[in-house]
Design a protein around this ligand. Structure first.
Ligand SMILES: [Zn+2]
Ligand SMILES: [Zn+2]
Length: 434
């Protein structure tokens, strides 16, 4: 009997006795997910502040921070019409098709060349009940799968999606979905309001004691999260990413992003698939890029906390846009000390074989001085679209704005000489400290 067979048999038995919701747990023989981790000491050795490292110190890593495994049991690719009965041909012994447990996602993501991947199942789903981070089998399996799937070339992270709060918003403190990534424990939004969840996040421990807890606003609407309320100096350092694009749900969430920024949230843009099955993983390349000095969980989650992310969907099926920029020597995502002169240095390299991805325009956007829903163009430059590699510098004099955000239009964003509205690359703002 090979290993996968023995796992299947063992877990079928386990399923019969211990998993009333009927899913086969993939592997119960993994290392203790809560035990000591070899890189536990790594976090402490990082400099407190990586904002001033030269751009050459940062590598670009690509991955996914929002995906659902079969532990999102009520809906997904394992069901007919996404939430009907289980598909008759779903291979729930070996998980070879449609949908499976976290370890299968991590395997596939690694094979596809992702640098990192987070599993973020809905925490109100049946497999995660009752909420018990020390004993719930689906949760322990998620932690263990991440631990055992990580290596020198791939960082797997456990997480959950705080979700399904709308019907339960009895205290009228607002609704919206949030991913908590690299957390050791989890909670259920059905029993926890947004402000209480924010307090929980501030105290949450990282999974395996390794790296940092980080959170993202998921597929936001313009005034969700109680119109971006409950912002304080502490929570702003935990919820540092914003899903500008949820790939299967249409255009960028631009109105929501601008409003969140203008309300004072310091969030950097990411794109996710929010997949509920294998299809996206194998058909859409990772569209979130992270600048970090090395590929470890500590370095990645630190980079996410320090907002060194950008997203590009230029040439969606073969996107490859390498972007780094700095302002006054501070890397993207940084908070400056109230400068009045801002020297931008931007490097962009696009897919060598795809002329559609070449840069046509770079814009620096800043908050509108009075309109909570607006931005202004602070600087821009056009390019002929013939170069796969460009460097651009500009200087902006400004003593009032709160942030500057980078937007890029590519050849594919221009039709008959007209630029489309959104372009297809957004890089983390720098904040001025005002
Ligand atoms: Zn959601
Ligand atoms: Zn989701």
């Amino acid at each position: 009997m090979n290993r996968i067979d023995s796992i299947a048999v063992a877990t079928v038995l386990l399923c019969q006795v211990g998993m009333p919701w009927g899913i086969v747990a993939p592997d119960k023989n993994h290392a203790n997910p809560r035990g000591a981790h070899a890189s536990e000491q790594v976090a402490a050795s990082f400099p407190i502040d990586e904002q001033r490292l030269p751009l050459s110190k940062f590598n670009i890593y690509r991955g996914e921070s929002h995906a659902h495994s079969v532990y999102t049991w009520s809906h997904g690719a394992h069901r007919e019409d996404s939430s009907g009965p289980l598909k008759a041909d779903w291979d729930q012994q070996r998980y070879r098709n449609y949908q499976g447990p976290p370890v299968k996602y991590f395997e596939r993501a690694k094979a596809q060349g992702f640098d990192f991947f987070a599993i973020t199942d809905h925490s109100q789903e049946q497999p995660l009940q009752p909420v018990d981070p020390q004993r719930n089998e689906a949760w322990l399996d998620t932690l263990a799968a991440a631990e055992q799937s990580s290596d020198d070339t791939f960082v797997a992270m456990p997480g959950f999606e705080y979700s399904r709060n709308p019907p339960f918003d009895t205290d009228r403190t607002g609704t919206g979905h949030i991913n908590a990534i690299n957390v050791a424990e989890y909670v259920n939004a059905e029993h926890m309001s947004l402000p209480t969840f924010y307090d929980w996040l501030k105290r949450a421990a990282p999974a395996g004691g390794d790296g940092y807890v980080v959170a993202s606003f998921n597929h936001p609407g313009r005034t969700q999260f109680h119109d971006w309320a409950y912002l304080d100096d502490e929570i702003v350092e935990f919820i540092t990413m914003f899903e500008l694009r949820t790939v299967y749900r249409g255009p960028p969430r631009w109105d929501a992003y601008v409003r969140a920024l203008n309300r004072g949230w310091k969030v950097s843009p990411i794109s996710v698939t929010d997949s509920h099955g294998y299809w996206h993983l194998e058909n859409i390349p990772p569209l979130t890029y992270v600048l970090a000095p090395e590929l470890t969980k500590a370095a990645l989650t630190r980079a996410m906390r320090q907002r060194r992310t950008y997203t590009s969907w230029a040439g969606l099926r073969n996107t490859q846009v390498d972007l780094k920029y700095s302002v006054n020597g501070y890397v993207m995502g940084s908070t400056l000390n109230r400068p009045t002169t801002l020297d931008f240095y931007v490097q962009i390299k696009t897919h060598p074989d795809d002329p559609d991805q070449r840069v046509r325009r770079i814009q620096v956007l800043r908050n509108h001085p009075t309109d909570l829903d607006g931005v202004e163009v602070a600087a821009e430059a056009s390019f002929d679209g013939n170069e796969a590699e460009i460097t651009w510098t500009t200087t902006i004099e400004d003593s009032v704005s709160r942030y500057f955000l980078l937007r890029v239009h590519h050849n594919s964003d221009v039709r008959d000489g007209v630029f489309n509205k959104h372009g297809s690359t957004y890089a983390a703002p720098v904040w001025t400290g005002r």
